[in-house]
Design a binder for this molecule. Structure first.
Ligand code: LLP
Length: 444
C-alpha cells in the first residue's frame, strides 16, 4: 500500500534528538507543500487552510505562499496569521461565540471575511465598519456525518450555524438584507476526519439549494459557497479518498444545482487536518519499560499534555522505533545518562500485549495495543506518525510540562525551529503569590 505519511529516517532522527531532545514535534515542508499543491491542482475554487489544525505562524505562511487563504477561529489565530505575513484580507474569521473585542480587532485590521454563526452575533455587527470585510452565514445543513460525535458539526442538533430546515437560515439572510449588512455567501462545515465525501456533498448540496431558494425569494445572489473542511487522513489503517477525487466529487454534486438557477458563486473549501497531519511526526524517548498484569508497559516522555486526542476522541496512531538506546547514548550529553538496559525485559516478550503510556498522573494511554520490537528499552526513540494536525495546537501544560518545540524540515533538508519549546520560567511567569503567603512563619 502506498503510504504517503512523512516519517524520519534514523539519521534525521539522530540529528534532531541530539539538537532538540524529546518530546519534539517535527513537520516536513516538502510534504506540506506537496499536499497543498495537490489541493490546488484539484480544485478550481478558493482554498483556505483551517489554522486550528496547526496555527504555527510559519505553517500559515507556507499555506499562504501556496495560494491558500487562512481560516481563523479566534483573535489568537488571526494574530498568528498576521505574524506569519498573511494579509488580513486573506483571512476568514469563524467561531460560534466571537467577542465584540475580537470582531472589532478583526475589522480594524481589515479581515477579508467574517462568518456569522447565530443571531446574537449578527446583532453585534450592527453599526460596525464592514467597509473592508465581507459577511458570510454559517448554516446548519442537517447532515449527520459518520465520525466521532465531538467532531460532528453538520447535524440539526448543533450549536453551530443557522438551521436551514428550521428557517433560521432564511431569517438570517433577511436580517442581513434588511440591515444592509454585506452578505456575500454561505458556509457549512459538517464534520472532521471523514473518510468518504457523502456528508460534505450533502452539506454542499443543501447550501446550493438554499442559495437557489434565496435567489428566487429575495433576489439575493450568493457569490461564495464554502463547504468547509473535513477530509480524513491515515492514522492507522484508514484509506481516505484521494484529494483529487474528493474535490471533484464536491464540484460535481454542487455545480449542477447552481448552474440550473444561473448562479455561479466561487466555491470554497477550508481543509485543516488533510493539509498538515501526514506531514508531521512526534518524537518521544522511552523512559520506562515494565511488566504488569500480563502486559508490557512502554512509557514515553509525552502523553496527555502534548496530544490529548487519544483521551478526547479515542484517537489512534501508528508508532515505530526510529533509534535504539545504543544509537542515542552516543548522542546525549554525558549528564543525561541513558539507563542501562534491563536484562529481564530484553529478548522474548512472550506474546504479551504492549501498551504505550504517557508520563502524566493518570492512565494516559497513547496507544492501547502497540506493535513494538521485543527488545524495546529505555532510551529508545519512537516516532508517532501523522501528528501534524491537532497535536501541538491542542497541547496543554498539564502537570506543568512546558510544551515541546516544533521543528520544520525545510525543503533544503535544514532544520529550523518554528515554535521553540516553552521554558519553566515562562510557566512561572504567570504566577502571582500574595506577599503574605510568602512570609516565613509557622504553619498553623
Ligand atoms: N472549517 C471549520 C469551520 C472548522 O470548524 C473546521 C474544523 C475546519 C474547517 C477544518 O476541518 P478539518 O479539515 O481539519 O477536518 N480537534 C479535532 C478536530 C476538530 C475540527 C474542528 N473544526 C481533532 O483533533 O480531531
Amino acid at each position: 500500500m502506498n503510504d504517503p505519511r512523512f516519517r524520519l529516517n534514523p539519521a534525521q532522527a539522530a540529528e534532531l534528538v541530539a539538537q532538540f531532545g524529546t518530546p519534539l514535534y517535527v513537520l516536513d515542508e516538502a510534504t506540506l507543500r506537496t499536499t497543498m499543491r495537490a489541493y490546488r491542482a484539484s480544485f478550481e475554487g478558493r482554498l483556505s487552510f483551517a489554522a486550528k489544525a496547526n496555527p504555527a505562524s510559519a505553517v500559515l505562511a507556507i499555506a499562504y505562499r501556496e495560494g491558500f487563504g487562512i481560516d481563523v477561529a479566534s483573535e489568537g489565530e488571526l494574530r498568528a496569521a498576521l505574524y506569519g505575513g498573511v494579509p488580513a484580507e486573506a483571512c476568514t474569521m469563524h467561531g460560534n461565540n466571537k467577542s465584540l473585542a475580537e470582531i472589532q480587532f478583526a475589522l480594524s485590521v481589515g479581515i477579508g471575511e467574517i462568518v456569522a454563526d447565530n443571531f446574537s452575533e449578527l446583532d453585534k455587527f450592527i453599526g460596525l465598519d464592514f467597509s473592508m470585510t465581507r459577511l458570510l452565514l454559517r448554516l446548519a445543513p442537517g447532515v449527520d456525518p459518520i465520525t466521532h460525535e465531538k467532531i460532528s458539526t453538520g447535524q440539526e442538533d448543533t450549536k453551530f450555524g443557522f438551521s436551514i430546515s428550521g428557517g433560521d437560515a432564511e431569517r438570517a439572510v433577511k436580517y442581513c438584507l434588511d440591515r444592509g449588512l454585506p452578505l456575500v455567501g454561505i458556509h457549512c462545515h459538517v464534520g472532521s476526519q471523514l473518510l468518504e465525501p457523502s456528508a460534505q456533498i450533502a452539506g454542499g448540496e443543501a447550501l446550493a439549494r438554499f442559495a437557489v431558494e434565496m435567489l428566487t425569494k429575495y433576489g439575493w445572489r450568493c457569490e461564495l459557497l464554502n463547504v468547509g473542511g473535513g477530509l480524513g487522513v491515515r492514522y492507522i489503517h484508514e484509506e481516505p479518498m484521494p484529494i483529487a477525487d474528493y474535490c471533484a466529487s464536491i464540484v460535481t454534486a454542487v455545480k449542477p444545482i447552481l448552474d440550473a438557477a444561473g448562479l455561479d458563486p466561487v466555491l470554497a473549501q477550508e481543509p485543516g487536518r488533510s493539509l498538515v497531519a501526514e506531514a508531521g511526526v512526534t518524537l518521544y524517548t522511552v523512559g520506562a519499560v515494565k511488566l504488569a498484569a500480563g502486559r508490557r508497559y512502554v512509557v514515553v516522555d509525552g502523553g496527555l499534555a502534548e496530544n490529548p486526542r487519544p483521551a478526547l476522541y479515542g484517537a489512534e496512531y501508528a508508532v515505530e522505533r526510529v533509534l535504539s538506546h545504543s544509537d542515542v547514548s552516543n548522542l546525549r550529553p554525558a549528564t543525561e545518562l541513558t539507563p542501562a538496559p534491563n536484562p529481564l525485559l530484553t529478548g522474548e516478550r512472550m506474546g504479551l500485549p504492549t501498551r504505550l503510556s504517557g508520563r502524566h498522573c493518570e492512565t494516559d494511554t497513547l496507544i492501547e495495543d502497540v506493535d513494538l520490537p521485543d527488545d524495546i528499552q529505555p532510551g529508545d526513540v519512537l516516532q508517532k506518525l501523522a501528528t501534524g494536525a491537532y497535536s501541538s495546537s491542542m497541547a496543554s501544560n498539564y502537570n506543568r510540562y512546558p510544551r515541546p518545540a516544533t521543528v520544520l524540515i525545510r525543503t533544503t533538508g535544514d532544520f529550523v525551529v518554528i515554535q521553540r519549546a516553552e521554558t519553566h520560567d515562562e510557566l512561572l511567569a504567570r504566577e502571582q503569590v500574595p506577599a503574605d503567603l510568602l512570609q516565613t512563619k509557622e504553619r498553623s
